[in-house]
Every structure is written in C-alpha cells, then in structure tokens.
Design a binder for this molecule. Structure first.
Ligand SMILES: C[S@@+](CC[C@H](N)C(=O)[O-])C[C@H]1O[C@@H](n2cnc3c(N)ncnc32)[C@H](O)[C@@H]1O
Length: 282
C-alpha cells in the first residue's frame, strides 16, 4: 500500500511516518492505527481524515489506545475519523467475516496461519478449536480442507455471536459446532478424540496443553501458541519447540515437532510462535 505510506509521510514527516506505517491495519473498510508514543491525537486525526479522503476503501478510522488485553483479548479504541462504526466485513482467503473490532480479537497477522493449518488438515479430520474468536481458523479450514467436524469454543459472547453468523455466511454450518464458555472447563466434558486441536491463545498455552493430551487421538496433532524470548526468529522456533516438548514430557506420551510458524515479533527479542506437535500415545 504505497499510497498509505505516502499519506503518512506527508502528514507526519519521514521519521514519524516510518513508525506509524507499521502500526496501521486495514480490517474490512476500517483502518486501525495502533497508537505510538509521542504523536499527538490531533495529528493522528488529520492522518485519519486524509486516509478517508484518499483511500476510497476506508470508511472509518480508529485509534487503538491499549494493547490487546483481558480475557477477550480486545483493545480500547478512540474514533478518529469517518463513519462512527466499528463493525465491518473482514475478508481473508475468499472467506467473509462480520466482526466488531472493539468487541472481538482481530489481527490480520493470523491470516497466514489460518491457511497454513488448512493445508495440513486431511479429509475427514475432527478438529477442536479451543480459542476460536470470530471463527478465522475454523472457517478457513472448513472452506479449504475437508474436515468431517469442527468444534469451536470461545469465552467471549460477541466472538461466539459473530462466529455463528460467519459460519452461516461462509456456508460451513453442516460441519461446525460452536460452544460459548471457558474452553478449559468445557474440555473436561468432551469425549475423546480429536485429530487436531488448535489453541491460538499463548496466555493459556500450558493449561490448554493439559486438556489437549486426553482429547487428542493417538498420532493426532496439537497446535499450541506460545510467547518466547529469543534473539531471532530461528532461535524463537527452536526454543518454543524445546520448551513445549519438555512440558509434554510430563505426560506419558511422545511429542514430535512436525512444523510450525513464527507468527510475529511482539517486542524486542520476544516472539509469538506456534508449533505443530504430533502426539504419540503408547
Ligand atoms: C487470540 S484470540 C483467538 C484468535 C482467533 N482464533 C483467530 O483466528 O482470529 C483468543 C480468543 O480466546 C478467547 N478466550 C480467552 N480465554 C478463553 C477461555 N478460557 N476459553 C475459551 N476462549 C477463551 C478470547 O475471547 C479470544 O477470542
């Protein structure tokens, strides 16, 4: 999006533009700016107005003033410019997702991993998505692979509302079930076994693994997400694999790293990583 970069440069000058540029995300027809330190809101508002004038696909601009936080992993926002509307249709891999950026977790950075997982799924698999949000993984997987069944859980009622709408919108209701609630509690009432268990919430990684070991089939896969301190991406992947395998050793199963992906760097020398682990039960 060179135009967006040009607009930022014109309004903010070269040095600020290079900071802001990486902090803008387009979600449907909404532009989100993650607030940087040291830039006045009025200047960001001018940037927002200019984006509206020059980028026809942007209808509303919001400033995210907090990091992702709380159980629902959402942010606080200030409206900067355009329509006072935080609901939009976000598109990814040919799927459409209705969502409200202020009410559910949304990060286009997961888009690659949604499809990466879809490509791993073998026809007929039964999948559990413990932290499903607005349905990104479950719906992309349902559209592009041929699982026989996908069960998605989320504790945020808004995420569940949008996920149910999105399952219909993308016509994958025949193979998708949704439960609202705490996945860690709900897992206790689920019957074995799933071929694949997704756990896209690094904050609960160990508690989610604890639940997944009983629920995953022999030779099935778990996909934990984890935050890891490392000097670079390669080291992050290796440390994440080692840390997770060591954790899994406490169960009487063998874990085998089959792949994974460094999703992003979240701070200097800190990474968000997901590892694909096959679980072999004796
Ligand atoms: C990082 S987001 C998930 C991203 C989503 N899977 C996607 O593809 O965009 C984590 C989700 O976990 C949910 N969550 C947090 N704690 C939970 C819990 N104990 N049980 C179920 N869901 C939970 C949050 O509401 C949030 O929607």
């Amino acid at each position: 999006m060179p135009l967006l970069r040009d607009i930022a440069r014109e309004i903010l000058g070269d040095s600020y533009a290079s900071i802001i540029w990486k902090r803008i995300e387009i979600i449907g027809d909404i532009a989100v700016i993650r607030k940087p330190f040291g830039i006045d809101i009025d200047i960001l508002r001018r940037l927002g107005i200019e984006m509206l004038n020059r980028l026809k696909y942007v209808k509303s601009v919001w400033l995210a003033v907090t990091p992702v936080e709380g159980d629902y992993r959402t942010r606080e926002y200030i409206h900067l410019a355009g329509e006072y509307r935080s609901e939009t249709v976000y598109r990814e891999h040919g799927c459409s997702f209705l969502l409200d950026i202020t009410k559910v977790y949304i990060s286009p950075v997961l888009s690659y991993d949604h499809m990466r997982i879809a490509k791993l799924v073998i026809e007929g698999e039964k999948i559990l998505n413990m932290f499903a949000g607005f349905g990104g993984y479950s719906i992309v997987v349902s559209r592009y692979a041929k699982p026989s069944y996908t069960l998605s859980i989320d504790i945020n009622p808004y995420a569940v509302k949008y996920m149910r709408i999105n399952i219909e919108l993308n016509r994958v209701e025949a193979i998708n079930d949704v439960i609202e609630g705490d996945a860690l509690t709900i897992a206790d009432g689920l019957r074995c076994c799933f071929d694949r268990i997704l756990m896209p919430l690094p904050e609960l990684v160990y508690r989610a693994i604890d639940k997944s070991i009983d629920l995953v089939k022999n030779n099935g896969f778990i996909h934990p997400h984890i935050f890891i301190n490392a000097n670079n991406r390669r080291e992050a992947f290796e440390k994440a694999s080692k840390t997770l395998l060591e954790y899994i050793e406490r169960y009487r199963v063998i874990g085998r790293v089959m792949g994974g992906h460094v999703i992003r760097s979240i701070a200097p020398r800190k990474y968000h990583v997901t590892i694909d682990i096959q679980i072999i039960k004796n």
